[in-house]
Design a protein around this ligand. Structure first.
Ligand SMILES: CCCCCCCC/C=C\CCCCCCCC(=O)N[C@@H](COP(=O)(O)O)[C@H](O)/C=C/CCCCCCCCCCCCC
Length: 172
């Protein structure tokens, strides 16, 4: 994302911050509980380490932090699928914003939605995206995406099912 320009810095900064929160749990004194998503959910729920209805004493639990990244993964899945099936005249800004509106947008306040919409207008064209992926010719990238997307879907679905089972999909 950094190679796409500074206008995307506020997005990548948020993603990096959230990954850092999870890495800190993993390397912390209770790190063994953070080796899998399943063990993290069990540990945090059993020990009342998650703010379930409103933000309180655990504003940055592993569960709520992963939930934000999980929702972003859905955006990525939709966007990459669009990119994979796109044609020469497809617009990345439209693909990106359609994917955003079908996923993350419903969880973001007005200001973030506006800022994100403006960032999408600054997106480079489809060819640049294929180059950014740095995986060979267009056809090779399309093949690679065809292999990667089922794995992204699987990861997404495992987390979605686990969070649904534990009523964690709307954590504040
Ligand atoms: C072919 C090139 C592919 C490029 C691949 C890029 C890979 C990047 C993958 C994901 C990046 C997006 C990560 C965004 C995480 C957002 C998490 C979130 O929703 N955070 C909000 C809520 O957090 P809390 O306040 O509750 O802690 C936070 O408010 C958001 C802040 C920033 C806005 C995030 C907008 C995300 C838009 C979707 C990404 C567009 C990327 C466009 C570049 C291709």
């Amino acid at each position: 994302m950094n190679s796409l320009g500074s206008v995307f810095a506020f997005i990548s900064k948020d993603a990096v911050n959230k990954i850092q929160i999870l890495e800190n749990f993993l390397t912390g004194e209770n790190g063994t509980h953070y080796l899998t998503v399943q063990s993290m959910v069990k540990y945090e729920l059993d020990n009342e380490l998650v703010d379930l209805t409103k933000r309180g004493s655990h504003p940055e639990s592993g569960c709520r932090t992963l939930l934000r990244l999980h929702r972003a993964l859905r955006w990525l899945q939709l966007f990459l699928e669009s990119l994979r099936t796109s044609t020469e005249d497809s617009k990345t800004s439209v693909m990106c914003s359609d994917a955003y509106n079908a996923s993350l947008a419903q969880h973001h306040p007005w200001l973030i939605r506006k800022a994100t919409g403006m960032a999408f207008c600054a997106l480079p064209g489809r060819d640049t995206f294929f180059e950014v992926l740095n995986a060979g010719s267009h056809q090779e990238v399309v093949t690679l995406l065809g292999e990667a997307l089922p794995l992204i879907s699987e990861v997404y679905q495992i987390t979605e099912d686990l969070y649904a089972k534990n009523n964690l999909l709307e954590l504040p």
